[in-house]
Design a protein around this ligand. Structure first.
Ligand code: FAD
Ligand code: FES
Ligand code: FES
Length: 486
C-alpha cells in the first residue's frame, strides 16, 4: 500500500511493482487529464509534478514523466496533476497564460506542457523571498525541451512561458503540504525502499531475484516497450550513501568528488557547472528536464548502453567506481567495468555505490561533443570525450573515449598512442584518424549507419585538432575559458 498526497488530498492505494504513475492516475484514480502519448519518456504528454521536502523543509516540485515513473516511488511524496492547478475558477498562471497566448489546439500535449510550466513557475518562485526570478531563454528551453507539440507550434507556448509571471498568482495553499509524516519507506517485497547501504545489501541477499531501480528512466522502458513484468523491485533512491556527494582531499591523485550512484542529473548539474563546464554542457543536452530530474549517474553506468552519454566523459577523466556487495566494498577503474554489450563487471548482489570525479587539473583540457539528430531530448549517435595536456609543445596523457562506436563505451587506444608525445600537427592527427578507423567497427542502426559513425568520429578528431590549434593562438587565460566553452 502506498501512502501519498494527490493534489492536496491524502491517498492510499495498492499498486503492483510495475504500475506506473500514469497507469495509477488514469486506470485506478480516474484522473484522465494526464495523457499517454509515447509511453517511453519522449513526448512529455504525461508530465506530472512530484513534490518532496528538501533540506530546508520546503516542498520542492520537479517535473517527471508519469509513463515511466514507478507508482511506488510516490510513497511519501506529493503528486500534482493538471486537475489540481485551478482553484474554483481561478486558473494557475501557467494555465491562464496558455489560454491567453492560444498555446493549445488539439490539446493532447497541453496538460504536460502546463505541468512543465507549473514546475518552472514553482522553481522561479525560488527562495524565501518568493520573488519571481527572470526567465532566461536557456531556462525556458530546458524546462520545455521534453514536451512535444504536434499542432500548435512552439511560439505561442513560449509566449505563454514568458508571460506567465504577469498573471495573478492563484496558487493552491495545499501545494506547501507534505505527505503524511507517518509514511515510513516501504520495507519489504514486492517494492522495498532501503535507506542505508547495509539495508540495501541485506535486502539484495534476501531477494536476489529483485531488480534494482533508481530513476527508472531506462528500466521502465522494459515495462512499456517490452511488456516485462517485475515481480519485485528494490529502490536505491533513498539510500543515504548513494545520495551523497563527498569531496575528497586525500592526495593529488584522489582529489575530487565521490558522486553517489543515485544522485540525479539535476542534482549533479551545479557541481559540474562550477568545475567542468564541458561536462555540464553535455548534461544540459542529456534527455529532458523530466529525465534529468529522475535519471541517475549510477543508472547510466549500470545500464552499460554503448550510447550512454556520461561513460565516455568519465573514461576520458580516468574515473573509478566504488562498488558495494555482500563480500564487501571495492574500487574498480571504470574502464574495467564494461565487459561487452550490456555486460558489466558487477558481481552477484553488487551495487554501484559511487562514481569518482577527479578535481579538474588546470593543465588538462576536456572537450565533449555529442552528435544526435535533435539538440533536445535525444540519444547520441556518436559521442566523443577527449582529455589531454600539452607539455613542451607535445600532447601528453591523451584520453580519447567514444560512445556509439562499439558494443561498449570505449577508449580509442590506438588513436591515443598515435597522438601521445606528438605535436598536435596535421600529420599526427591524420595518423590518429587512420588508427581510429582500424580499431572501431561501429554498427548501423536508426541513429546512424556504420559509415556515418566512422566518418563522424574521425571528424571529431579533426575538430579536436582545430580547437587545439585555436587554443595555441590564445593567451593562457583565454585558453582556459575556451577549453571549457563547449
Ligand atoms: C526519453 C529519454 C531520453 C533519454 N536521453 C538520454 C540521453 O540523452 N543520454 C543518456 O545517456 N541517456 C538517456 N536516457 C537513458 C536514461 O535516462 C539514463 O541512462 C539514466 O541515467 C538512467 O538512470 P536511472 O536512474 O533512470 O536508471 P534506472 O532506469 O533506474 O536503471 C537502469 C539500470 O541500472 C541498474 N541500476 C540502477 N542503479 C544502480 C546501482 N546503483 N547499482 C547497480 N545497478 C543499478 C538498474 O537495475 C537498471 O538495470 C534517456 C531515457 C529516456 C527515457
Ligand atoms: S507518454 Fe510520452 S513521455 Fe510519457
Ligand atoms: S496542441 Fe495538439 S499536440 Fe500540442
Amino acid at each position: 500500500m502506498i501512502d501519498f498526497m494527490l493534489n492536496g488530498q491524502r491517498r492510499q492505494c495498492a499498486v503492483s511493482p510495475d504500475t506506473s504513475v500514469l497507469e495509477l492516475l488514469r486506470e485506478t484514480l480516474g484522473h484522465t487529464g494526464t495523457k499517454e502519448g509515447c509511453a517511453s519518456g519522449d513526448c512529455g504528454a504525461c508530465t506530472v509534478a512530484i513534490g518532496e521536502r528538501d533540506a530546508d523543509g520546503r516542498i520542492r516540485y520537479h517535473s517527471a514523466n508519469g509513463c515511466i515513473t514507478p507508482a511506488h516511488q510516490l510513497h511519501g511524496r506529493h503528486l500534482v496533476t493538471v486537475e489540481g492547478l485551478a482553484e474554483d475558477d481561478a486558473l494557475h498562471p501557467a494555465q491562464a497564460a496558455m489560454v491567453a497566448c492560444h498555446g493549445s489546439q488539439c490539446g493532447f500535449c497541453t496538460p504536460g506542457i502546463v505541468m512543465s510550466l507549473f514546475t518552472l513557475h514553482e522553481a522561479q518562485r525560488g527562495g524565501d523571498t518568493q520573488a519571481l526570478a527572470p526567465l532566461t531563454p536557456q531556462r525556458l528551453e530546458a524546462a520545455l525541451g521534453g514536451n512535444l507539440c504536434r499542432c500548435t507550434g512552439y511560439r505561442p507556448i513560449r509566449d505563454a512561458a514568458l508571460t506567465m509571471t504577469e498573471y495573478p498568482e492563484a496558487r493552491p495553499q495545499w501545494l506547501d503540504a507534505a505527505a503524511p509524516e507517518s509514511t515510513a519507506p516501504l520495507a519489504e517485497e514486492p517494492f522495498a525502499q532501503p535507506t542505508s547501504l547495509t539495508e540495501l545489501i541485506a535486502l539484495r541477499r534476501r531477494h536476489p531475484e529483485a531488480r534494482l531501480v533508481a530513476g527508472a528512466t531506462d528500466l521502465w522502458l522494459e515495462v512499456t516497450q517490452r511488456l516485462t513484468h517485475f515481480a519485485s523491485l528494490i529502490d536505491v533512491t533513498r539510500v543515504a550513501e548513494l545520495n551523497a556527494i563527498e569531496e575528497t582531499t586525500l592526495d593529488d591523485s584522489r582529489r575530487g568528488w565521490w558522486i553517489g550512484a543515485a544522485v540525479t542529473y539535476s542534482r549533479l548539474e551545479p557541481l559540474l557547472e562550477t568545475h567542468y563546464e564541458a561536462f555540464a554542457h553535455l548534461l544540459h543536452r542529456l534527455g529532458s528536464a523530466q529525465i534529468r530530474n529522475r535519471g541517475t549517474l549510477g543508472g547510466n553506468i549500470a545500464n552499460a548502453s554503448p550510447i550512454g552519454d556520461t561513460p565516455p566523459v568519465l573514461l576520458a577523466l580516468d574515473s573509478r567506481l566504488w562498488l558495494a556487495g555482500p563480500d564487501g566494498e571495492r574500487e574498480l577503474p571504470l574502464e574495467a567495468f564494461f565487459l561487452d554489450y550490456k555486460r558489466t563487471a558487477l558481481r552477484e548482489g553488487e551495487t554501484i555505490r559511487a562514481v569518482f570525479l577527479p578535481r579538474p587539473d588546470p593543465a588538462r583540457r576536456l572537450k565533449v561533443w555529442k552528435l544526435s539528430k535533435r539538440r533536445e531530448d535525444d540519444i547520441s549517435a556518436v559521442l566523443g570525450a577527449f582529455a589531454w595536456r600539452v607539455e613542451d609543445g607535445v600532447l601528453r596523457d591523451v584520453r580519447l573515449a567514444f560512445g556509439g562506436m562499439a558494443a561498449t563505451p570505449r577508449r580509442a587506444a590506438r588513436a591515443e598512442a598515435a597522438l601521445e608525445g606528438q605535436a598536435p600537427t596535421l600529420e599526427a592527427f591524420r595518423a590518429a584518424r587512420k588508427a581510429l578507423g582500424e580499431e572501431f567497427q561501429p554498427m548501423s542502426d536508426v541513429r546512424g549507419s556504420a559509415d556515418y559513425r566512422r566518418l563522424s568520429a574521425a571528424n571529431l578528431l579533426e575538430r579536436l585538432r582545430l580547437s587545439i590549434a585555436q587554443d595555441d593562438t590564445d593567451t593562457p587565460r583565454e585558453v582556459m575559458l575556451h577549453a571549457y566553452a563547449h
